[in-house]
Design a protein around this ligand. Structure first.
Ligand code: 5GP
Ligand code: MN
Length: 342
């Protein structure tokens, strides 16, 4: 755990400030939940906080309180840059290095003269003036809760704050099932329910919001599922053509990789998703036990993440990417066989 200059940060936040809060590119439930949760809290403390996201996030997160105030750097560039220019400090949530916001936004942030405050649970964070980094945490949302608690402000948590934080903890823990879910996580969730988070509504809004096309695309993904013999590995592919056929929308493939991991005996799962516009194959990796997909993604697929959930990309075509992947995992047979003991 790294806690750097957070006492100074508390002092700095004793006066009203203009604040921008940023999440990573392709924001997920934890990125949107943590940035909005922190925004509601800081606004309540008398600051003026604005959330700026690099790009769009899935429909099933748009119901979150405050979502209508989020500025998108790619679409509302002027407003985003203005908010940044006006701000005294920038919070970076749920990512560990500036490149995770994408090149455009990174270039703007690098010119930025004011201070950064990082709150994040990814490995190997870059250095910023203020840092709260803890890879043992289930989610950045859990850390936002801890940040509020550090400031003795749990009393200030209202339904909006509770709803946002609950959502990110829920999505980043696979609904409280991953190993990162601790008794403290559950205690925080209990407090958030007491503060007004409506657990049934949140689960419904996030998980029972499938479009027909999304389920059809899932059907295609499951049809494409393949097992790599003797490697405890399963993977899924989705081509651009398949995505188009089922009216792919952002977020439609979220969580699909977990079906590959749910095959009995599988310790490593991957999904390869062709993105013709970006000219890449976007990859998600998941593992069970000791096999670190963070290291695997960093080493071979220009990516990173956590030990058991990471992502990366390939510039090769789908076929070559799959050949590369299956060749690689064959070199890790032993590690993959012993990664997880149920
Ligand atoms: P997902 O597979 O859900 O997109 O991402 C899983 C985890 O890996 C997330 O914590 C995400 O931040 C991280 N991740 C995904 N793609 C990349 C990438 O290209 N680079 C790095 N460094 N991390 C990634
Ligand atoms: Mn997260």
């Amino acid at each position: 755990m790294i806690l750097k200059n957070f006492e100074d940060l508390t002092v700095y936040l004793n006066s009203p400030r203009n604040i921008v809060i940023i999440g990573h590119r392709n924001p997920d439930g934890d990125a949107v939940g943590s940035t909005l949760g922190l925004k509601h809290y800081l606004d309540k403390k008398g600051h003026t906080a604005n959330v700026v996201m690099p790009n769009e996030y899935p429909d099933f997160l748009h119901w979150l309180p405050g979502s209508d105030t989020v500025k998108r750097f790619d679409h509302q560039n002027n407003q985003s840059v203005k908010a940044l220019e006006k701000s005294d400090i920038v919070f970076l949530l749920d990512f560990n290095a500036l490149h995770r916001v994408g090149d455009d936004m990174k270039n703007t942030l690098e010119k930025y003269k004011n201070d950064f405050a990082l709150i994040d649970h990814h490995q190997q964070p870059d250095d910023f003036k203020y840092m709260y980094s803890d890879t043992a945490m289930s989610s950045t949302c859990e850390m936002v809760y801890n940040f509020i608690e550090m400031n003795n402000d749990v009393d200030l948590i209202d339904e909006n704050i509770a709803t946002c934080i609950y959502t990110g903890i829920m999505t980043d823990t696979g609904s409280f099932r991953f190993r990162s879910t601790t008794s403290k996580t559950h205690q925080i969730i209990a407090t958030l329910i007491d503060k007004g988070a409506k657990n049934d509504r949140i689960h419904n809004n996030v998980y029972d919001a499938n479009s027909y096309g999304r389920l059809q695309l899932l059907g295609q993904a499951l049809t494409n599922l393949k097992i790599v013999e003797d490697c405890h590995t399963a993977f899924i592919t989705l081509t651009q053509e398949e995505k188009n056929k089922f009216n792919f929308e952002k977020g439609d493939t979220e969580g699909v990789v977990n079906y590959a991991l749910s095959v009995k005996g599988i310790n490593l799962a991957a999904i390869f998703i062709e993105d013709v516009e970006q000219g890449i194959i976007k990859i998600s990796f998941r593992s069970k036990g000791k096999f670190s997909v963070n290291q695997f993604a960093r080493k071979y697929f220009s990516g990173g993440g956590h030990d058991n959930a990471a992502g990366g990309k390939s510039l090769d075509n789908m076929q070559d990417t799959i050949v590369k992947f299956t060749t690689l995992v064959n070199n890790y047979k032993q590690e993959l066989a012993t990664s997880y003991e149920a």
